[in-house]
Design a protein around this ligand. Sequence first.
Ligand code: FES
Ligand code: MG
Length: 578
Amino acid sequence: MTARRRLAPEELRSHLWYGVEGALRTWSHNARMRQLGYEDEEYRGRPVIAVLNTWSDINPCHVHLRERAEAVKRGVWQAGGFPLEFPVSTLSETYQKPTPMLYRNLLAMETEELLRSYPVDAAVLLGGCDKSTPALLMGATSADVPSVFVPAGPMLPGHWRGETLGSGTDMWKYWDEHRAGNLTDCELRELQGGLARSPGHCMTMGTASTMTAAAEALGMTLPGASSVLAVDSAHERMAAASGRRAVELAWTALKPSEILTPDAFEDAVTTVLGLGGSTNAVIHLIAMAGRARVPLSLDDFDRIARTVPVLANVRPGGQTYLMEDFYFAGGLPAFLSRITDLLHLERPTVNGTLGEQLEGAVVHDDDVIRPRENPVAAEGGVAVLRGNLCPDGAVIKHIAAEQHLLKHTGPAVVFDDYRTMQRTIDDPESGITADSVLVLRNAGPKGGPGMPEYGMLPIPDHLLKQGVRDMVRISDARMSGTSYGTCVLHVAPESYVGGPLALVRTGDSITLDVGSRTLRLNVDDEELELRRSAWTAPPERFERGYGALYNDQITQADTGCDFEFLARPGKAADPYAS
Ligand code: FES
Ligand code: MG
């Protein structure tokens, strides 16, 4: 990349707070810096680097970030910057109910406003548990402050009685085995202790690994950063290097708007599809692209999916490996080195061009990162469906489904909401057979609320005992990136706002045909019109507070579930503009 002009200290944004001579505000800010314990020479004329930390006691995926922030600060000091740590909201996939997706846009808003309202020249963003990555990047994009992302890193592989366990994926698998009577309570308790062995995010190719890889592919991390395990000492070194890099980004004013181009998003989509990554990436990348004013639609995912093979043999899309194996095989740069013909190598990243990021990248294990002639799947892992049941689209991760179900017609069994489904799914009188199509509604962005990860509806007990492990399932919910099965997700518009899913009745015939990318409710239009005129909207979920704002502003899955007022173009006043 050609050398960029370096700012003079007076051109730094923080100069407005600390440097303007003769201004009362400068004098008073500097008085308060002395209160904080700093002398002028420690910060004046140096880039102020905000370290945004999503650490919390309740977030097992981020519990190591308190120490990692110290490594980032070490790097910032080394490079002549001045670090300031800002604790921001933590989005814990495990504990936050009904789902942290309800709060992704809140963290995005917090990130944006914090970067705008404080004396910040560049930022280091620490996160990784599912929604944290898109939230932090959406906020930094809207604030357009130079930023580098430090992925929390995957946890160690799970382990139990000689078996390697994957987050989420094996939890559900063994829970079903327990329900099927193949695992005792005692064994289940023992397995619980081996499932999550260290700090770090889920170590399958779930949403966390997918989104941190997307952040790297977009160009917002140092090369290889997303694959380093959370507890590897290389993670601390990467954090310190990111701190040093942030100081350079501040001096060269390299902003997200220069990095997050249409080519960058095209490459990020190619990456997540080639990794066989989470369906959640579809929603998040569309929302992130929206913040960068880059048009990105469901159809782009379907188009790109047809051009990129799945090369990462990482569960649940792949059969065998976990993120540690992927890291040892060379990590994301090695993976990307196999698809360079599909990428835009000349575009900028926080650390040179993408091509420069990939220099020297080599695959060390051809079974973990497959060669092009021996892919895990010939096409990318996500297909976009259309039809009278999902006029604005739906998605399916077809590589994680039983192949015989990808073309299937069966009778619907409809559940009006998740709790009803939980109460009644195992009822032996339900008449559910392996051919049934399970339909869950009122689980979308507004109806969920927050579009919880309910999309992998459980297989009824009596069918599990018969050996059934997959069925066609349809919902307006999302599905965890660590889930699997023939689950049609993100049906838009959602049923809560009157989408066609609201009109399905138990016994209706439904046809899924992934080959032709269609999802059809086999009921004629006249009958559907009658049902539509009889439909009444469910009661409001929220009467006040953040929920009411959410309900008012949230967009549908096909447009990324951002808030309308955050997604729309327009200027935000600079704090010192007036
Ligand atoms: Fe945090 Fe899976 S629970 S990434
Ligand atoms: Mg998850």
